[in-house]
Design a protein around this ligand. Structure first.
Ligand SMILES: NC(=O)c1ccc[n+]([C@@H]2O[C@H](COP(=O)([O-])OP(=O)(O)OC[C@H]3O[C@@H](n4cnc5c(N)ncnc54)[C@H](OP(=O)(O)O)[C@@H]3O)[C@@H](O)[C@H]2O)c1
Length: 237
């Protein structure tokens, strides 16, 4: 613990779920943590009071506000892009705006935030994007748009790793399988189907994602870059 003393971590989408676990983990490890949120005012305030982190309301879909918020927090040692949405269901029924919004939050925001953070990021910095095992494999109907966003991020991770590698900055994605959060509750209607695809048939705990993020942000992971780190209980095996 306390491995991130003197490090500043910015977590996009930190009020709930995996993001809240990231806030708790990096704060416990000594980092100065700032996190964003869009709508969950109460959860954000409670988490900030609990951890000592600073909460900032910024909608990741608002490109210019996001870029300004990232710039205002710089220099950032560790950027964790967690904010994401999932529009799942029959593609023939979706309003185009719903898909565009998902692309804004899941693809455009990680790109613009990563580039902005990198401007002032010190040598040895870390950029970590929460992707999904569905970027590799989508074994059920109704996930085309979501999978599209998570696959798009893979190309970005590989490319930015090349751009920032000469400065010792690593860029990686963590690709979870089913994680027990509001987005995908372990008690939800999709749970049994999800578990049927897995080698270890249970939801992942958000803490398990945060533990791995802490490893990837540590000096021990200095040579891991441009990679997709999958934690999915064998969902994609
Ligand atoms: N749960 C899973 O099974 C699973 C599996 C694979 C990948 N993932 C990925 O993991 C990430 C987090 O998922 P989760 O399950 O923790 O989701 P969640 O429980 O729905 O929480 C989403 C978090 O992101 C924030 N957020 C959403 N839209 C935002 C926006 N436009 N601007 C700023 N913040 C925003 C939310 O903040 P507010 O509440 O304040 O809006 C909340 O803190 C996503 O990228 C998701 O695709 C999840």
């Amino acid at each position: 613990m306390a491995q991130f003393t003197d490090h500043k971590a910015l977590i996009l989408g930190g009020s709930r779920g995996i993001g809240a676990a990231l806030v708790r983990r990096f704060a416990a490890d000594g980092a100065q943590v700032v996190f964003t949120y869009a709508g969950s005012n109460e959860a954000a305030a409670t988490l900030a009071a609990e951890t000592g982190a600073k909460a900032v309301r910024v909608d990741s879909a608002d490109r210019d506000a996001l870029i300004a918020a990232v710039a205002a927090e710089g220099p950032i040692d560790i950027l964790l892009v967690n904010a994401g949405t999932a529009v799942l269901g029959d593609p023939l029924t979706f309003e185009p705006d719903a898909i565009d919004h998902m692309i804004d939050v899941n693809v455009r925001a990680p790109y613009f935030a990563s580039v902005e953070a990198a401007r002032a990021m010190p040598e040895g910095g870390r950029i970590l994007i929460i992707g999904s095992t569905n970027g590799d494999r989508i074994p059920f109907a109704g996930g085309a748009g979501y999978a599209m966003t998570k696959s798009a991020m893979q190309g970005m991770v590989r490319g930015l790793a090349r751009d920032f590698g000469p400065r010792g900055i690593t860029v990686n994605s963590i690709q979870p399988g089913p994680v027990d959060t509001d987005m995908n509750p372990a008690s939800g209607p999709m749970a049994d189907l999800m578990h049927s695809f897995m080698a270890i048939g249970r939801h992942i705990h958000a803490d398990e994602i945060a533990d791995y993020a802490a490893y990837l942000a540590s000096p021990a992971a200095a040579m891991i870059t441009g990679s997709m780190q999958t934690i999915d209980g064998g969902f994609g095996a």
